[in-house]
Ligand binder design. Structure first.
Ligand code: NAP
Ligand code: GLV
Length: 314
């Protein structure tokens, strides 16, 4: 007997599948939800994080492939069946976390809280000369779901904010730059660089010596916040720029190899802050609600947000 129920498979690396399966069953009682194992019966949709190629090869009839993150770079390394729609998480609680992380990092640097902390530990009551926000223009690379929210949050603190995207935009409170043609102008006019680009063939290695030297009109004092993907950064280019004083510091949440290997120079560099890829975590409940809503919409033939353009890479 064949079942007419929608069938959903869950295939998660680095995540316990059980709470996702229970949550999806509760949100979609009309569906059959199972954990994937090799040889599983064909499904209509899948909820995944970094699945193996075998998973996709076994599931040529998938209609929706729902990634439980915003970035789809790991998924697009695989051969995805041509009729399958790849769907990224569309905020689902991430943009507020990213705004917190970037604002915290920016303000910690701008207000020199690390120096105050060192002085306080030494028992010294010492003021530092206040710095001007107008000297700390923030440049946000990527003005998508996360980048736009971050740029607007930073602007709330009255920092001048630039944004750079692929297509031209007009966003209140931001000076917008677009495309390769305006990249150098964007960098030259920005001192604190926040990376929120997707990792694609166009953006891999974009945080290179050449790029970072252009920050702040070429003057020393730039600061890097990388919260997108480790492979955006050319690791070997960063440390000489910090050691020479060209860059004042960097906060890195993402790395080419994760976890960041023991002994990697980023761990111990005094001008680098490392966090373990947690600037914006996937919130399970919000994500399940979003994915369930999209599966229902797709089943009814309605359009959904967050469908990835596989050719473009995001
Ligand atoms: P998104 O909505 O797809 O936005 C991407 C933005 O980047 C868009 O504004 C796009 O321009 C721009 N862009 C893409 N390629 C470009 C290029 N070649 N030149 C200039 N601009 C380009 O993505 P999102 O949801 O904001 O997420 C961004 C990234 O953050 C994800 O891909 C992921 O890697 C990372 N992330 C990290 C964490 C973490 O915890 N560290 C959490 C979530 C996400 P257009 O607007 O013109 O298309
Ligand atoms: C996390 O890095 C994500 O892409 O959601």
């Amino acid at each position: 007997m064949t079942s007419s129920r929608i069938r959903i498979l869950v295939c998660l690396t680095d995540n316990r599948p059980e709470p996702w399966i229970e949550g999806l069953r509760a949100a979609l009682p009309e569906a059959e939800v199972e954990n994937w194992a090799p040889g599983a019966a064909p499904a209509d949709h899948a909820v995944v994080w970094a699945p193996p190629q075998q998973f996709l090869d076994d599931q040529p009839g998938l209609r929706g492939l729902f990634n439980i993150g915003a970035g789809v770079d790991a998924l697009l390394k695989l051969r995805v069946p041509p009729q399958t729609q790849v769907v990224r998480l569309d905020d689902a609680g991430m943009s507020v976390q990213m705004a917190e992380y970037v604002c915290h990092t920016l303000i910690r640097h701008f207000r020199e809280f690390d120096l105050y902390e060192a002085e306080a530990r030494a028992g010294r009551w010492s003021y530092r000369k206040p710095r001007e926000r107008r000297d700390f223009t923030v440049g946000v690379m990527g003005l998508g779901v996360l980048g736009e929210r971050v740029a607007k949050a930073v602007a709330q603190f009255e920092f001048p904010v630039n944004g750079w995207s692929r297509s031209a935009k007009a966003i209140d409170g931001l000076r917008c730059f677009a495309g390769e043609a305006q990249f150098d102008d964007f960098l030259g006019a920005s001192r604190v660089l926040v990376n929120l680009l997707p990792l694609t063939s166009d953006t891999r290695g974009i945080l290179s010596r050449e790029t970072l030297l252009k920050l702040n009109g070429g003057r020393p004092g730039g600061y890097l916040i990388n919260v997108a993907r480790g492979a955006h950064l050319v690791d070997d280019d960063l440390i000489p720029l910090l050691d020479s004083g060209q860059l004042a510091g960097a906060t890195l949440d993402v790395f080419d190899v994760e976890p960041l290997p023991a002994g990697h120079p980023f761990w111990s560099h005094p001008k680098i802050t490392v966090t373990p890829h947690g600037s914006a975590r996937t919130e399970r409940e919000a994500s399940i609600a979003q994915i369930a809503g999209k599966i229902r919409a797709m089943e009814q033939g309605a359009p959904i947000a967050g469908v990835v353009d596989v050719e473009r890479g995001y």
